[in-house]
Design a protein around this ligand. Structure first.
Ligand SMILES: *Cc1c(COP(=O)(O)O)cnc(C)c1O
Length: 370
């Protein structure tokens, strides 16, 4: 048996005719930059995320960058975030010239620990980027309370969390802006790069749209320095085909997660292997991440030999990355993030995964530890 970490070819077979029809239509128009497909997708994503607006951008990374720019974050400003995230979260902060300030994570959700944030708030703290890691929202009540008390802008990194909910509220609708990615491995993946920023603020919406086209408004008149942060019409057309399937795919991912819980329990592995906990609402399982107390890398090799795809998200926390050495982070600063980097392993969870494949994955993990 073969179980890849993600099987995009299997998903493509289910939507191929619709994708080909939509892209062929677009090719006939030869209009590739912004335009009606992007506008239609922006409306649909705003509705899906329960916000007033959405702005299509070139990637999840650029969604973060343009959001920081729209909020006026720059040199001298501090931005609080998690050290246990994909690089782009922290890279964007550094690229606008601001200083990333890290706060350790919760052991069970791997999300930023709201109890540890207030110690890190200073006069320079201008923004916070909570990352809804693996598809589960952060503890937003506590985060928003701090933000209001200290006048801090909240930019949700919801790249892995489209459709995730916190107490009934959608990811990307709770902060000032929400950042999404259409990278192919995300739950709503394009056929290339793409991203989206959601907001319900009129001012931020207008600023984001201007920054997306080099700060030009009207054309060739520039009050701001922006960039080329545009979403392709082609990617928008493909995502428009996929969006109606998203909730169905999410339901299956959630059912797969539940099945893993049962299988691990049947094998007597649940006390041994840390399984994801759902704390705040609808987890969309962009990743199903387990934590093992010992021999994680050996387990990974063993599963790889059994044709089971896995990944480590992420092996090096941000405070220990060489490019952030200037922040003077050292081993021991964020023990929970460091422990997670050593213990976590993502298992296949995609919607087309079969029962037999899941049984096989758990059997192999059992075999390794027996
Ligand atoms: C994927 C991802 C990004 C970046 O998105 P891209 O579209 O790849 O640029 C940012 N943050 C997190 C948490 C991500 O998982």
């Amino acid at each position: 048996m073969k179980v890849p970490l993600l099987d995009l070819k299997a998903q493509y077979q289910t939507i191929k005719d619709e994708v080909l029809a939509a892209t062929q239509e677009l090719f006939e128009t030869q209009r590739f930059i912004l335009g009606p497909e992007v506008e239609k997708l922006e409306e649909r994503i705003a509705r899906y995320c329960h916000t007033a607006y959405a702005v299509g951008v070139s990637s999840g990374t650029d969604a973060l960058l343009i959001s920081l720019m729209a909020a006026g974050i720059g040199p001298g400003d501090e931005v609080i975030t998690s050290p246990y995230t994909f690089f782009a979260t922290v890279g964007a902060i550094a690229r606008v010239g601001a200083t990333p300030v890290f706060v350790d994570i919760e052991e069970d959700t791997y999300n930023i620990d709201p109890q540890a944030i207030s110690d890190k708030i200073t006069k320079q703290t201008k923004a916070m980027i909570p990352v809804h890691l693996y598809g589960q929202c952060c503890d937003m009540d506590s985060i928003l309370e701090l933000a209001h008390a200290h006048d801090i802008v909240i930019i949700e990194d919801a790249a892995q969390a489209i459709g995730a909910e916190y107490k009934g509220k959608r990811a990307g609708s709770m902060g000032d802006m929400g950042c999404f990615s259409f990278f192919p491995s995300k739950n709503l993946g394009a056929f290339g790069d793409g991203g989206m920023v959601t907001t319900s603020s009129d001012i931020l919406y207008e600023t984001l749209k201007i920054l997306r086209v080099h700060g030009s408004h009207p054309k060739y008149y520039h009050k701001l320095v922006g960039g080329n942060f545009r979403l392709d019409a082609l990617q928008a057309a493909i995502i428009l085909v996929k969006l109606p399937y998203l909730d169905q795919w999410t339901s299956v991912r959630r059912a797969n997660a539940e099945r893993y819980h049962k299988l691990f329990s049947h094998q007597g592995l649940d006390g041994f292997v840390g399984l994801p906990v759902e704390k705040t609402g609808r987890h969309i399982y962009n990743q199903f991440v387990i934590a093992v107390e010992s021999r994680r890398d050996e387990l990974r090799k063993f599963l790889n030999k059994a044709n089971i795809g896995t990944e480590v998200y992420y092996p090096v926390p941000m405070h220990l990355q060489p490019c952030f050495e200037y922040l003077n982070g050292k081993k021991g600063d964020f023990p929970k993030a460091e422990a997670a980097a050593e213990k976590t392993l993502a298992l296949p969870i995609y919607a087309e995964l079969t029962d037999e494949q899941q049984v096989y994955v758990v059997q192999k993990i059992k075999a390794f530890y027996s």
